[in-house]
Design a protein around this ligand. Structure first.
Ligand SMILES: O=C(O)CCC(=O)C(=O)O
Ligand SMILES: [Fe+2]
Length: 308
């Protein structure tokens, strides 16, 4: 049962500037505290224009509204680790630290298997490990260029504010983490949780996204106004609190890589997505939900250690 949370800190980047002022150091300190105590935070005044985020949600809705046969023209490659292209409903099932194929198969048949579809792209810098997979331009003209532009906008926030703030908060040179995220091997995910009969979700026949931690360095996501994202309370196993949508705020979380790298000081917290509760007027259907995570990955590159 999810409780309401007041304890997910809000970090306001409005006064961050170029990261050299005393205000920037204070922002860094609060950010570090949030990452240490909860592993999650709301980020506001990121500098990512709201209309850019709204535009990305519009494109995402247009993409997922295409016929399945069209979406499948940009298929996710057979290798599970190549996270690019379109994954239809049921292809991706999220689990936590389970590697045995028999156990994994039983998750697919068990309670709350993920009922979602996704489209993923990666940065395409010199250290890229694989190419993106796109639809033919004529199937959704403009989608590719907007998505790449949005990716660049998130990247700019990552390099100019996000990573410098964390480094400052930890008492490091503000360019410390930038150097380890060299040419931006970051993943942009468009996630769509389709609507479905309320009973299907209530009975546990289907779920949205199972409990997991992210294996990246950190993730920043925007969600629509439907809700359902939940985070496990630090130190209280199995107790989840909801992370309700806050317009204009990105939800940030630390991933496993930074937790390991920081000797567990930064927390990679378990989270999941549940279907929202029944609502009058929804006609017995659970509303569809869209979210857009931007997942930051470590890159070992020659720029390591460079000051920003
Ligand atoms: O859709 C969401 O709100 C959560 C997505 C998520 O946790 C993930 O992609 O790792
Ligand atoms: Fe996640």
């Amino acid at each position: 049962m999810a409780m309401a949370i007041e304890s997910i800190p809000i970090i306001d980047f409005a006064d961050f500037g170029d990261g050299t002022s005393p205000e920037a150091h204070e922002i860094g300190k609060s950010f570090f505290k949030a990452c240490k105590d909860v592993g999650f935070a709301y980020l506001i005044n990121t500098g990512i224009p709201q209309e850019m985020v709204d535009g990305m949600f519009d494109w995402s809705a247009k993409f997922f509204a295409l016929p399945l046969s069209t979406k499948q023209k940009a298929p996710h490659p057979p290798e599970g680790w190549k996270h690019v292209g379109y994954s239809p409903i049921g292809l991706e099932q999220v689990s936590q630290m389970i590697f045995d194929p028999t156990e994994l198969a039983s998750i697919r048949k068990g309670k709350y298997p993920d009922y979602k579809e996704s489209f993923d792209i990666f940065g395409q810098g010199p250290t890229k490990r694989f190419d993106n997979v796109w639809l033919p331009e004529s199937d959704l003209p403009g989608f590719r260029s907007y998505t790449m532009k949005y990716w660049d906008t998130c990247r700019q926030f990552q390099m100019e504010r996000l990573l410098p703030a964390l480094a400052l908060g930890m008492g490091l040179d503000r360019g410390f983490f930038n150097g380890y995220h060299g040419d931006g091997n970051n993943q942009l995910r468009l996630l769509h949780y389709p609507e479905g009969p309320v009973e299907m979700f209530e009975s546990g026949e289907k779920g949205r996204m199972g409990g997991h931690t992210d294996f990246c360095t950190c993730t920043m996501l925007f969600q629509d106004d439907v809700g359902g994202l939940e985070v496990e309370c630090p130190g209280r196993e199995g107790i989840f609190v909801s992370v309700p949508p806050v317009r204009g705020a990105a939800v940030f979380n630390i991933g496993d890589f930074l937790m390991r790298w920081s000797n567990d000081i930064l927390k990679s917290t378990l989270h999941r997505v549940r279907a929202p509760p029944r609502r009058e007027g929804d006609g017995g259907k659970t509303r569809e939900r869209f979210s857009i995570p931007y997942v930051c990955h470590f890159v070992h590159s020659p720029t390591r250690g460079r000051k920003c």
